[in-house]
Each structure stands twice: as C-alpha cells, then as structure tokens.
Design a protein around this ligand. Structure first.
Ligand SMILES: NC(=O)c1ccc[n+]([C@@H]2O[C@H](COP(=O)([O-])OP(=O)(O)OC[C@H]3O[C@@H](n4cnc5c(N)ncnc54)[C@H](O)[C@@H]3O)[C@@H](O)[C@H]2O)c1
Ligand SMILES: N[C@@H](CCO)C(=O)O
Ligand code: NA
Length: 435
C-alpha cells in the first residue's frame, strides 16, 4: 500500500516528537488511515546535530523550500515557528496543492486569515491543533464536537511555561528566573520566552480560540494582554493565605457589549478545577448554551504531547487523501463568508472581583481608611490580611474586593494612592470565581 509521505520542516522539540510518535504508533496509525504514514523528508538548519531520534529512511536537507515544493511529499508539517520564512513555506506548499499542518500559533493568530484563504482557494487544509493547548484536542472539540452550541465563553490555562513557573514558585518556593530556566530546558518555552512570560503566546492562542468559538475574524490586537512578570512571591503567599491560587488565564466571553478577550494573571478560589491545574498542564473550560460547561485537561507543551496533536492533524489529512471524502471542516469552524466581527469590549468597560496588595506605613487607622475609600465607591471587601512590619519594613495589606467595574476600581485605587501612608505602587490582579 502506498504510504502517505510527510515532509517535516524543522527538527526541534516538536519535530523530533512527531518523528518519534509516528514511528512508535505506526501500526495503530496505519489501521486508522488505511495506509502507512511515513516521514520521508525533513529539513533542519544544522544537519550535523545529534537529535536523539531515529532518522533512518528520512531524506534530510537544509533547504526547507524544497520540501514545501517537492512533488514526492503529500503533507507538509511546518514546525519551525515564527512568521518568516514559516508563512512563505506554508503558502508555497499550499500553492503546490499540499495540505499543511502547523503548530505555529503566532503565525495563525496574526496571519491566519490570509493563509486559510489561500488554502481554501487551493482546496487544501491547514490544520493547527498543536497551536492551542499542546496535546489537548481543543480545536477539534470546539470546531466539531461543540458545533451544535452557541458558545458563551472559553476560559483557561493555555500557556504551559507560565503555569509551570507559577507552580514551581507556589509549591517549591523557586524564584522566577530559576523556574523559567527549567521550563526552557524541558522544551516548553517559545524560542523567545518573553512571548510566554508576557502573555503574548497565550494571547495568540486565545485569538484562535475566540475565532473558532464565536465566528469572528482573528483579532490578536484586541486581546488585553498581561503576563506573569509582575506577580511576586509575596502575591503568591497572599493568594494562599486568602484561599486562592494565581494562574495566567486566557478568557474570551460574550458580554452585553460584544466579546471580551483578555489574558491576565488571575486569582482563582483554591477549590476550583482550574486552581488545581499545575505544572505544564493546561485546562480549557468551554461554556455552550446546550451542553453547559465542559472541561479539557492535559499537557499543554512538550515534545510528544504536542506531537500528539500534530500527528492527529496529519491523520485527518491522510484519511481525506485516502478515502472518498474531502476535508470539509472550515478552518475557523464557521463558513468563511459567515465570519463576522463582533464589537470588542474595551478592558475599561469590563467587571471583576480583584486582589489588591498595598505597602503601608505602620500607623493606626490604616485599614479603616483604606476600607472607607472602597466603601465610598460601593466596593466591599470580601477578605483582608495584614502583615505586621518587621525589621524596619513597611506593613503589608492584601485584600479581595467584590465585583466592580474597572473604572470604579481605578478611581478608588487612585484615591488610595493619595493616602500619605500608602506607598507607591498598589498591586492589583483580577479574581475569577467560576461560580
Ligand atoms: N515546544 C512546545 O511545547 C510547543 C507546543 C506547541 C506549539 N509549539 C510551536 O511549535 C513550533 C516549533 O516549536 P519547538 O518548540 O519545536 O521549537 P524549537 O526551537 O525546538 O525547534 C524549531 C527548529 O526549527 C529549526 N529551524 C528554524 N528555521 C528553520 C528553517 N528555515 N528551516 C529548517 N529548520 C529551521 C530550528 O533550528 C529548530 O531546531 C513553534 O511554532 C512553537 O510555537 C511548540
Ligand atoms: N510555549 C508554549 C508552548 C505550547 O504552545 C507554552 O509554554 O505553552
Ligand atoms: Na491542541
């Protein structure tokens, strides 16, 4: 039986995982597809590097474009990341009538509209399950499994590196830099890890999820994005004492004004599902009007977990090439001419409960003055802790507010900041209760 020939562009963490998974599970995959699926071609920047995977039978090259154009390649997997030359390579493969699999969320979030358009015109597929939440089949679940619903919200932990760092800081007391270095070593981080820690990678993924969930164009620029670099060990300790965990959450939800898209470090009550998702694990909760809430959980990064999704996409395409059926699921779940923008709610118009942390001079009456300002703005305090000063340090106050609009909170915080005993720089993070 003639095999489906896969050309891999990039032999890094994910590329090596794909070789391994396709080899290890060859028998099962052949039974699923109806014929073998084999990596016949692969490109890398440095062919002399030792990779720890068996590359026998794979034709190696440094010329990635030759793979995109090779008539002897049936499916191309782009696993180099970044915008260029990834975009050119994908478009070249599409131009030769090949379906493409990619793990490149940065490219899809920013340039997906153009790529899907080209693929549609060429009658081929661009599949990207590995781009969001690594090994969790969340794209397929929303696009196909939940296609009967009006999706109300998608929320979750969608960056493995940040979740790993926050977990190491919380459980092991590791410092930020140490935990990031470990995440990089484990193959979780992006080539430029500022994409992870500044929330950009999560924003790329949220952009894709929002399009698939709501049928809106890819709108990366509209995501209000904050990473985890402002989260201190003190915030983590405060969260614990108040009964919360801090997670970097991506949230896309419908609200009165349209859709809200945000990525932020968020306090979550410790008994909620998302608060218990630790390490490199990701979890996504989807709310549909028919199904209610459904949750997905699994490894969000790493070589073989991510390869699991790349290979699933290759299998989908291989099945379509093998059987009578064409690959007919639209890339962004909705028919291209039915994708329409919804108003994007500005962050200032959104509402949430909040965690505030203040450094204050050790004076009598401090707490009552702070709470009086909050009360004057109709904000109630749900929990509060005060740490006594020691060794000449300031006292510290941390509290959780009721649900309040961004504007009202900003006014109250500005007023608090003018109190003479409140030091510069009140820290604030959102709280999501998932009630
Ligand atoms: N690592 C993960 O856990 C993970 C998870 C999901 C998605 N992704 C995505 O998968 C893609 C690859 O990530 P990775 O972690 O494997 O990165 P990586 O840095 O380990 O691997 C990329 C490889 O591509 C090579 N490369 C770069 N330009 C090339 C070119 N023009 N031709 C041939 N090879 C080239 C690099 O030398 C490197 O070996 C990225 O888009 C990333 O966002 C990664
Ligand atoms: N750098 C990404 C890889 C998976 O997309 C993460 O840590 O989640
Ligand atoms: Na996925």
């Amino acid at each position: 039986m003639k095999p489906i020939r896969v050309g891999l562009i990039g032999l890094g963490t994910v590329g090596q995982g794909v070789i391994k998974v396709l080899r290890e599970n060859a028998e099962e995959i052949t039974r699923r597809v109806g014929r073998p699926v084999v990596v016949t071609h692969a490109s890398a920047r440095d062919l002399s590097r030792e990779r720890g995977v068996d590359l026998t039978g794979v034709q190696l090259t440094t010329d990635s474009m030759s793979i995109a154009r090779d008539a002897d390649v049936d499916v191309v997997a782009e696993l180099i990341g970044g915008h260029s030359p990834a975009a050119e390579l994908i478009l070249a493969a599409i131009g030769r009538g090949k379906s493409v699999v990619t793990a490149n969320k940065a490219l899809i979030a920013q340039d997906g509209n153009r790529i899907f358009d080209a693929a549609r015109k060429a009658g081929v597929a661009v599949a990207f399950e590995a781009a969001v939440a690594g090994g969790i089949p969340i794209i397929k679940a929303i696009r196909e499994g939940l296609a009967g619903n009006r999706i109300e919200s998608v929320a979750g932990i969608i960056n493995g590196t940040c979740n790993y760092i926050l977990t190491q800081m919380t459980e092991k007391g590791e410092d930020f830099a140490e935990a990031l270095a470990a995440a990089q070593k484990l193959g979780y981080a992006e080539a430029d890890p500022t994409f992870d820690i500044e929330g950009v990678d999560a924003a790329h993924k949220l952009t894709i999820l929002a399009s698939i969930a709501f049928g809106i164009p890819l709108s990366f620029e509209a995501v209000a994005t904050e990473g985890i670099t402002r989260v201190t060990s003190q915030d983590i300790a405060n969260a614990r004492q108040l009964g919360y965990r801090i997670k970097l959450l991506g949230i896309a939800k419908r609200s009165e004004g349209g859709v809200e898209l945000r990525v932020q470090p968020t306090f979550i009550p410790e008994d909620k599902l998302l608060a218990k998702v630790d390490g490199v694990l990701n979890s996504v909760l989807v709310k549909g009007n028919a199904v209610g809430q459904v949750g997905f959980y699994g490894r969000g990064a790493g070589s073989e977990a991510t390869a699991s999704s790349v290979v699933a996409d290759i299998v989908d395409i291989a099945r379509a090439l093998t059987g009578e059926s064409r690959y007919t699921v639209p890339a962004l779940a909705f028919q291209p001419d039915a994708v329409k923008p919804l108003p994007l709610v500005p962050a200032a118009d959104t509402e949430s409960a909040n965690y505030l942390s203040l450094r204050v001079a050790d004076e009598p009456g401090v707490l009552s003055k702070i709470t009086a300002i909050l009360a004057a703005h109709d904000i109630s305090v749900e929990a509060i802790i005060q740490r006594e000063p020691h060794g000449g340090e300031d006292a510290k106050v941390a509290l959780i507010t009721s649900v309040v609009s961004e504007q009202r909170l900003a006014t109250a915080m500005a007023e608090m900041q003018t109190l003479p005993f409140v030091r510069e720089g009140i820290a604030r993070f959102r709280v999501e209760k998932f009630d």
